[in-house]
Design a protein around this ligand. Structure first.
Ligand code: SF4
Ligand code: SF4
Length: 360
């Protein structure tokens, strides 16, 4: 692992990966394998996240925390431009592009799927986002297949895990962390192969490949939550007036945590920053949440003034109208919105409640 990180750094990448901070596993700059949360695991449930010690030296013995790739490619605050007053008028400056391309190391299959979804949003249409393009350009992805699932994961029903099938340059499977600790590495691109060629390695044994398949199968089989992915669009769209929206509104705090942690949510608002002396002015884009009243404010007030309409907007966009807009679901089944919802509202449970009401 240190050889891989050093090779990426020598090739000019800024290496980002999981690390321990503030009682959670977050994504940040990493330099050596010691920066990973070695020997830690996470326990997750609706509204619940705790770190626990493992009894081995696994580097990737946990699942996903509150961060996703989006905070690097579509950051929470993105300066759009700055202007300074000069004798000839205002001089505009665009923000500087990142100095080094990102290498995302140790990201999960659901994260990789979310990256593809955000690629579609920001660079897949007529109007491309130049800030996203600048950050996404030349980014390299080293995925880690999941050897365990959190209780909140449901990637199998969204077709996004627990094994990465595409969208990576290299994919790792961590084998036997308690004993003969090693990684099985799958090559996903020519760039990935060139990085791998710089490392000391052995050819994979058939037993290692079988062990990796068995780990993925065990992880998939352990997942209890699910969403009926194929049917959910029509289910939600024919139940826009369902009483369940009022039921969830009585629990929902409209805090927007679910939208902030979701790896695919992409909405933003733009603020103007002016100095009192009018010497400089700038615009900054920041993440916005459809759970705020301001989000749907037009002349005369908010369109979605009730908590029930805001929750319905979020879940129907994520699971239904995203299909109409982008030909796919906006959910990858990472479970973050379940874990980080302070009152434990569970997207899978809300869908099931509506589904069950139709079959009763
Ligand atoms: S809606 Fe929830 S489970 Fe789906 S991708 Fe977003 S945070 Fe993950
Ligand atoms: S569903 Fe949960 S996380 Fe989302 S706005 Fe409501 S209370 Fe906050």
């Amino acid at each position: 692992m240190d050889g891989l990180l050093a090779a990426l750094s020598q090739q000019g990448f800024r290496t980002i990966g999981p690390t321990l901070r503030d009682g959670a596993i977050v994504y940040d700059d990493i330099e050596t394998s010691a920066d990973f949360p070695i020997g830690w695991t996470d326990e997750q449930e609706g509204g619940h996240y705790r770190l626990e010690r493992r009894d081995d030296g696994a580097l990737f013995g946990y699942v996903v925390g509150p961060h996703a790739i989006k905070r690097f490619l579509h950051p929470p605050r993105q300066p759009l431009w700055q202007a300074e007053k000069t004798e000839d008028g205002y001089r505009f400056e665009a923000p500087a592009p990142p100095e080094r391309p990102f290498a995302f190391v140790g990201f999960r299959p659901c994260d990789i799927r979310a990256l593809a979804i955000q690629d579609r949003v920001f660079q897949g249409g007529v109007h491309m986002d130049i800030h996203y393009l600048a950050r996404r350009k030349d980014a390299l992805v080293v995925a880690v297949n999941c050897a365990q699932a959190a209780a909140t994961c449901f990637c199998t029903s969204m077709g996004s895990g627990p094994k990465a099938e595409e969208g990576f340059d290299l994919a790792l499977t961590e084998l036997d962390p308690a004993d003969d600790h090693r990684f099985l590495i799958e090559i996903g691109s020519e760039r990935g192969k060139r990085i791998l060629d710089r490392l000391t390695r052995q050819e994979a044994k058939p037993a290692d490949i079988d062990a990796a398949h068995a780990l993925s199968a065990k992880t998939a089989a352990s997942m209890e939550r699910q969403i009926p992915a194929g049917e959910v669009r029509d289910l939600l769209m024919r139940n826009l007036e369902h009483p369940r929206w009022q039921d969830v509104a009585e629990r929902c705090l409209s805090c927007g945590n679910c939208t902030m942690v979701c790896p695919t949510c992409f909405c933003t608002e733009v603020d103007e920053d002016t100095q009192f002396t009018d010497e400089a002015v700038g615009r900054t884009r920041q993440w916005a949440s459809c759970f705020s009243l301001d989000f749907s404010y037009i002349h005369g007030g908010s369109v979605r003034h009730s908590a029930s309409s805001r929750y319905r907007q979020w879940i129907t966009h994520k699971l239904a109208t995203w299909h109409d807009q982008f030909d796919e679901s906006g959910c990858v089944g990472c479970g973050r919105c379940i874990t980080w919802c302070p009152v434990g509202i569970d997207i899978t449970e809300e869908v099931r409640a509506i589904q069950d009401s139709e079959t009763r």
